[in-house]
Write a protein that binds this ligand. Structure first.
Ligand code: NAP
Length: 259
Protein backbone atom coordinates (compact mmCIF):
# COMPACT_ATOMS: atom_id res chain seq x y z
CA UNK A 1 0.00 0.00 0.00
CA UNK A 2 1.31 3.47 -0.88
CA UNK A 3 1.10 5.44 2.36
CA UNK A 4 1.06 8.74 0.46
CA UNK A 5 3.75 10.37 2.64
CA UNK A 6 6.81 10.16 0.36
CA UNK A 7 8.94 13.33 0.73
CA UNK A 8 7.52 14.26 4.14
CA UNK A 9 9.86 14.90 7.07
CA UNK A 10 9.68 13.13 10.44
CA UNK A 11 11.35 13.43 13.84
CA UNK A 12 11.55 10.12 15.70
CA UNK A 13 13.09 10.40 19.18
CA UNK A 14 14.83 7.51 20.98
CA UNK A 15 15.15 5.71 17.67
CA UNK A 16 18.52 3.93 17.49
CA UNK A 17 17.05 0.61 18.67
CA UNK A 18 13.83 -1.19 19.43
CA UNK A 19 10.39 0.26 18.77
CA UNK A 20 11.62 3.76 17.89
CA UNK A 21 13.93 2.28 15.27
CA UNK A 22 11.06 0.13 13.98
CA UNK A 23 8.98 3.29 13.46
CA UNK A 24 11.87 5.13 11.79
CA UNK A 25 12.50 2.22 9.40
CA UNK A 26 8.86 1.89 8.41
CA UNK A 27 8.57 5.63 7.76
CA UNK A 28 11.77 5.53 5.68
CA UNK A 29 10.35 2.62 3.69
CA UNK A 30 7.42 4.91 2.86
CA UNK A 31 9.85 7.55 1.54
CA UNK A 32 9.91 9.84 4.60
CA UNK A 33 13.10 11.82 5.38
CA UNK A 34 14.14 11.44 9.00
CA UNK A 35 15.69 13.15 11.96
CA UNK A 36 16.49 10.50 14.57
CA UNK A 37 17.82 10.76 18.09
CA UNK A 38 19.25 8.61 20.90
CA UNK A 39 21.83 9.18 23.63
CA UNK A 40 24.50 6.79 22.37
CA UNK A 41 26.26 7.85 19.17
CA UNK A 42 27.46 4.47 17.92
CA UNK A 43 24.09 2.73 17.59
CA UNK A 44 22.49 5.95 16.33
CA UNK A 45 25.00 6.33 13.49
CA UNK A 46 24.79 2.62 12.63
CA UNK A 47 20.99 2.80 12.46
CA UNK A 48 21.10 5.95 10.31
CA UNK A 49 23.56 4.33 7.91
CA UNK A 50 21.43 1.17 7.64
CA UNK A 51 18.28 3.19 6.94
CA UNK A 52 19.98 5.38 4.31
CA UNK A 53 21.35 2.29 2.58
CA UNK A 54 18.04 0.44 2.63
CA UNK A 55 15.67 3.25 1.68
CA UNK A 56 17.65 6.12 0.13
CA UNK A 57 16.05 8.76 2.34
CA UNK A 58 17.84 11.58 4.16
CA UNK A 59 18.60 10.69 7.78
CA UNK A 60 19.90 13.39 10.15
CA UNK A 61 21.19 12.25 13.55
CA UNK A 62 21.29 14.24 16.79
CA UNK A 63 22.71 12.46 19.83
CA UNK A 64 21.47 13.51 23.26
CA UNK A 65 19.10 12.72 26.10
CA UNK A 66 15.68 13.80 24.83
CA UNK A 67 14.48 14.34 28.43
CA UNK A 68 17.18 16.98 28.96
CA UNK A 69 16.04 20.51 28.08
CA UNK A 70 19.35 21.53 26.47
CA UNK A 71 19.78 18.33 24.45
CA UNK A 72 16.16 18.53 23.34
CA UNK A 73 16.68 22.09 22.08
CA UNK A 74 19.58 20.83 19.93
CA UNK A 75 17.41 18.04 18.49
CA UNK A 76 14.61 20.46 17.67
CA UNK A 77 16.98 22.99 16.11
CA UNK A 78 18.34 20.29 13.81
CA UNK A 79 14.88 18.96 13.03
CA UNK A 80 13.35 22.25 11.87
CA UNK A 81 9.75 21.98 10.68
CA UNK A 82 8.45 18.40 10.57
CA UNK A 83 5.28 16.86 9.16
CA UNK A 84 5.44 13.79 11.40
CA UNK A 85 6.49 13.42 15.04
CA UNK A 86 7.00 10.09 16.79
CA UNK A 87 7.77 10.55 20.49
CA UNK A 88 9.63 7.90 22.44
CA UNK A 89 12.04 7.63 25.39
CA UNK A 90 13.25 4.86 27.64
CA UNK A 91 10.79 3.47 30.17
CA UNK A 92 11.23 3.85 33.95
CA UNK A 93 12.73 0.98 36.00
CA UNK A 94 10.50 -1.57 37.74
CA UNK A 95 10.12 -1.39 41.52
CA UNK A 96 7.75 -1.36 44.46
CA UNK A 97 5.10 1.27 45.17
CA UNK A 98 6.43 1.85 48.68
CA UNK A 99 9.99 2.60 47.56
CA UNK A 100 9.59 5.34 44.96
CA UNK A 101 10.61 8.85 46.00
CA UNK A 102 9.38 12.18 44.69
CA UNK A 103 12.56 12.35 42.58
CA UNK A 104 11.78 8.94 41.02
CA UNK A 105 8.32 10.19 40.06
CA UNK A 106 9.69 13.46 38.69
CA UNK A 107 12.18 11.54 36.50
CA UNK A 108 9.42 9.29 35.15
CA UNK A 109 7.06 12.20 34.56
CA UNK A 110 9.82 14.07 32.76
CA UNK A 111 10.68 11.15 30.46
CA UNK A 112 7.26 9.70 29.72
CA UNK A 113 4.86 12.62 30.08
CA UNK A 114 6.47 16.07 30.03
CA UNK A 115 9.01 15.32 27.26
CA UNK A 116 6.42 14.09 24.73
CA UNK A 117 4.19 17.03 25.69
CA UNK A 118 7.08 19.46 25.08
CA UNK A 119 7.79 17.81 21.72
CA UNK A 120 4.14 18.17 20.70
CA UNK A 121 4.04 21.80 21.84
CA UNK A 122 7.04 22.42 19.60
CA UNK A 123 5.76 20.52 16.53
CA UNK A 124 2.04 21.27 16.48
CA UNK A 125 2.12 24.98 15.48
CA UNK A 126 4.05 24.19 12.27
CA UNK A 127 1.71 21.30 11.43
CA UNK A 128 -1.34 23.48 12.05
CA UNK A 129 0.11 26.19 9.77
CA UNK A 130 0.48 23.58 6.99
CA UNK A 131 -2.93 22.08 7.84
CA UNK A 132 -1.40 18.60 7.85
CA UNK A 133 0.45 16.68 10.53
CA UNK A 134 0.75 13.34 12.28
CA UNK A 135 1.86 12.65 15.84
CA UNK A 136 2.30 9.18 17.31
CA UNK A 137 3.35 8.74 20.93
CA UNK A 138 4.82 5.42 21.99
CA UNK A 139 3.29 4.71 25.41
CA UNK A 140 2.55 1.26 26.88
CA UNK A 141 -0.09 -1.41 27.41
CA UNK A 142 0.20 -0.31 31.05
CA UNK A 143 -2.10 2.60 30.19
CA UNK A 144 -4.99 0.14 29.73
CA UNK A 145 -3.91 -2.70 32.01
CA UNK A 146 -1.57 -1.72 34.85
CA UNK A 147 1.71 -3.57 35.31
CA UNK A 148 2.10 -3.31 39.10
CA UNK A 149 5.91 -3.30 39.21
CA UNK A 150 5.97 -0.54 36.56
CA UNK A 151 4.00 1.94 38.68
CA UNK A 152 6.20 4.85 37.58
CA UNK A 153 5.35 4.06 33.95
CA UNK A 154 1.64 3.49 34.71
CA UNK A 155 1.44 6.91 36.36
CA UNK A 156 3.44 8.99 33.88
CA UNK A 157 1.87 7.49 30.77
CA UNK A 158 -1.65 7.91 32.15
CA UNK A 159 -0.89 11.63 32.43
CA UNK A 160 0.30 11.80 28.82
CA UNK A 161 -2.80 9.90 27.69
CA UNK A 162 -5.03 12.47 29.38
CA UNK A 163 -3.21 15.34 27.67
CA UNK A 164 -3.47 13.67 24.25
CA UNK A 165 -7.18 12.90 24.67
CA UNK A 166 -8.06 16.57 24.83
CA UNK A 167 -5.37 18.02 22.59
CA UNK A 168 -6.04 15.59 19.74
CA UNK A 169 -9.57 16.98 19.52
CA UNK A 170 -8.29 20.56 19.56
CA UNK A 171 -5.92 20.10 16.62
CA UNK A 172 -8.02 17.68 14.52
CA UNK A 173 -9.89 20.55 12.79
CA UNK A 174 -6.51 21.72 11.44
CA UNK A 175 -5.76 18.42 9.69
CA UNK A 176 -3.44 17.20 12.44
CA UNK A 177 -3.91 13.84 14.14
CA UNK A 178 -2.43 12.67 17.45
CA UNK A 179 -2.66 9.02 18.50
CA UNK A 180 -0.87 6.77 20.96
CA UNK A 181 0.56 3.32 20.24
CA UNK A 182 0.54 0.99 23.25
CA UNK A 183 3.14 -1.78 23.02
CA UNK A 184 2.63 -5.02 24.86
CA UNK A 185 5.75 -7.15 25.14
CA UNK A 186 8.02 -6.72 22.12
CA UNK A 187 11.35 -8.39 21.42
CA UNK A 188 13.67 -5.46 22.17
CA UNK A 189 16.44 -4.72 24.69
CA UNK A 190 13.74 -3.46 27.06
CA UNK A 191 12.03 -6.87 26.93
CA UNK A 192 15.35 -8.58 27.63
CA UNK A 193 15.91 -6.39 30.69
CA UNK A 194 12.39 -7.15 31.96
CA UNK A 195 13.00 -10.89 31.31
CA UNK A 196 16.16 -10.52 33.39
CA UNK A 197 14.11 -9.03 36.23
CA UNK A 198 11.75 -12.04 36.23
CA UNK A 199 14.70 -14.43 35.93
CA UNK A 200 16.39 -12.87 38.98
CA UNK A 201 13.23 -12.55 41.08
CA UNK A 202 12.20 -16.17 40.49
CA UNK A 203 15.65 -17.74 40.27
CA UNK A 204 14.95 -19.18 36.81
CA UNK A 205 16.87 -19.01 33.52
CA UNK A 206 16.34 -16.18 31.02
CA UNK A 207 14.77 -18.68 28.61
CA UNK A 208 12.35 -19.88 31.29
CA UNK A 209 11.49 -16.26 32.18
CA UNK A 210 10.79 -15.41 28.51
CA UNK A 211 8.73 -18.61 28.08
CA UNK A 212 6.72 -17.73 31.18
CA UNK A 213 5.99 -14.25 29.85
CA UNK A 214 5.16 -15.54 26.34
CA UNK A 215 2.66 -17.98 27.85
CA UNK A 216 0.64 -14.95 29.04
CA UNK A 217 0.21 -13.76 25.42
CA UNK A 218 -2.45 -15.47 23.25
CA UNK A 219 -0.16 -15.03 20.20
CA UNK A 220 2.45 -17.02 22.24
CA UNK A 221 5.34 -14.79 21.17
CA UNK A 222 6.68 -11.30 21.61
CA UNK A 223 5.83 -8.64 19.03
CA UNK A 224 8.48 -7.38 16.63
CA UNK A 225 9.75 -3.85 16.09
CA UNK A 226 8.90 -4.22 12.38
CA UNK A 227 5.23 -4.99 13.13
CA UNK A 228 5.11 -2.06 15.53
CA UNK A 229 6.75 0.26 13.01
CA UNK A 230 4.33 -0.72 10.26
CA UNK A 231 1.38 0.25 12.47
CA UNK A 232 3.08 3.55 13.30
CA UNK A 233 3.70 4.32 9.62
CA UNK A 234 0.05 3.58 8.81
CA UNK A 235 -1.08 6.01 11.53
CA UNK A 236 1.21 8.60 9.91
CA UNK A 237 -0.19 7.91 6.44
CA UNK A 238 -2.71 9.76 4.29
CA UNK A 239 -5.15 6.89 4.97
CA UNK A 240 -5.30 7.51 8.72
CA UNK A 241 -6.63 11.07 8.78
CA UNK A 242 -9.88 10.04 10.50
CA UNK A 243 -8.11 8.21 13.37
CA UNK A 244 -7.99 10.83 16.13
CA UNK A 245 -7.02 10.57 19.79
CA UNK A 246 -6.94 6.77 19.85
CA UNK A 247 -4.93 4.42 22.05
CA UNK A 248 -4.03 1.44 19.90
CA UNK A 249 -2.88 -1.67 21.71
CA UNK A 250 -0.36 -4.01 20.06
CA UNK A 251 -0.12 -6.86 22.54
CA UNK A 252 -0.86 -10.17 20.81
CA UNK A 253 -4.17 -10.34 22.70
CA UNK A 254 -2.54 -10.18 26.13
CA UNK A 255 -5.12 -7.83 27.63
CA UNK A 256 -8.16 -9.97 28.25
CA UNK A 257 -10.99 -7.56 27.49
CA UNK A 258 -13.98 -7.49 25.16
CA UNK A 259 -13.52 -3.81 24.25
P1 NAP B 1 14.85 -0.22 23.81
O1 NAP B 1 14.93 -1.38 22.90
O2 NAP B 1 15.60 -0.24 25.11
O3 NAP B 1 15.27 1.07 22.94
C1 NAP B 1 15.23 2.33 23.52
C2 NAP B 1 15.77 3.34 22.51
O4 NAP B 1 15.57 4.62 23.04
C3 NAP B 1 17.25 3.21 22.24
O5 NAP B 1 17.50 3.64 20.92
C4 NAP B 1 17.85 4.18 23.26
O6 NAP B 1 19.14 4.56 22.85
C5 NAP B 1 16.82 5.29 23.20
N1 NAP B 1 16.68 6.08 24.40
C6 NAP B 1 16.36 5.63 25.64
N2 NAP B 1 16.29 6.65 26.49
C7 NAP B 1 16.54 7.79 25.78
C8 NAP B 1 16.60 9.15 26.11
N3 NAP B 1 16.39 9.58 27.35
N4 NAP B 1 16.87 10.04 25.13
C9 NAP B 1 17.10 9.63 23.87
N5 NAP B 1 17.05 8.34 23.51
C10 NAP B 1 16.78 7.43 24.45
O7 NAP B 1 13.33 0.11 24.24
P2 NAP B 1 11.97 -0.31 23.49
O8 NAP B 1 11.61 -1.69 23.88
O9 NAP B 1 12.04 0.05 22.07
O10 NAP B 1 10.94 0.63 24.26
C11 NAP B 1 10.56 1.91 23.78
C12 NAP B 1 9.49 2.46 24.72
O11 NAP B 1 8.36 1.58 24.72
C13 NAP B 1 9.95 2.57 26.17
O12 NAP B 1 9.40 3.73 26.77
C14 NAP B 1 9.37 1.33 26.82
O13 NAP B 1 9.15 1.49 28.20
C15 NAP B 1 8.06 1.21 26.05
N6 NAP B 1 7.53 -0.17 26.08
C16 NAP B 1 8.26 -1.19 25.57
C17 NAP B 1 7.73 -2.47 25.64
C18 NAP B 1 8.51 -3.66 25.10
O14 NAP B 1 8.09 -4.81 25.36
N7 NAP B 1 9.58 -3.49 24.36
C19 NAP B 1 6.49 -2.69 26.23
C20 NAP B 1 5.79 -1.63 26.75
C21 NAP B 1 6.32 -0.35 26.67
P3 NAP B 1 20.22 5.13 23.93
O15 NAP B 1 20.19 4.17 25.07
O16 NAP B 1 21.51 5.16 23.19
O17 NAP B 1 19.73 6.47 24.31
Amino acid sequence: MDLGIRGKRALVTAASKGLGRGCAEALAAAGVDLVINARGTEALEATAAAIRAAHGVTVTTVAGDITDVGARAAVLAAAGAVDILVTNAGGPPPGMWSDWSREDFLRALDANMLTPIALMQWALPGMIAKRWGRVVNITSQSVKAPIPQLGLSNAARAGLTGFVAGTARQVAPEGVTINNLLPGIHATDRAVSLDAGVSKAKGISMEAAAAERMATIPARRYGTAAEFGATCAFLCSQHAGFIVGQNILLDGGAMNATL
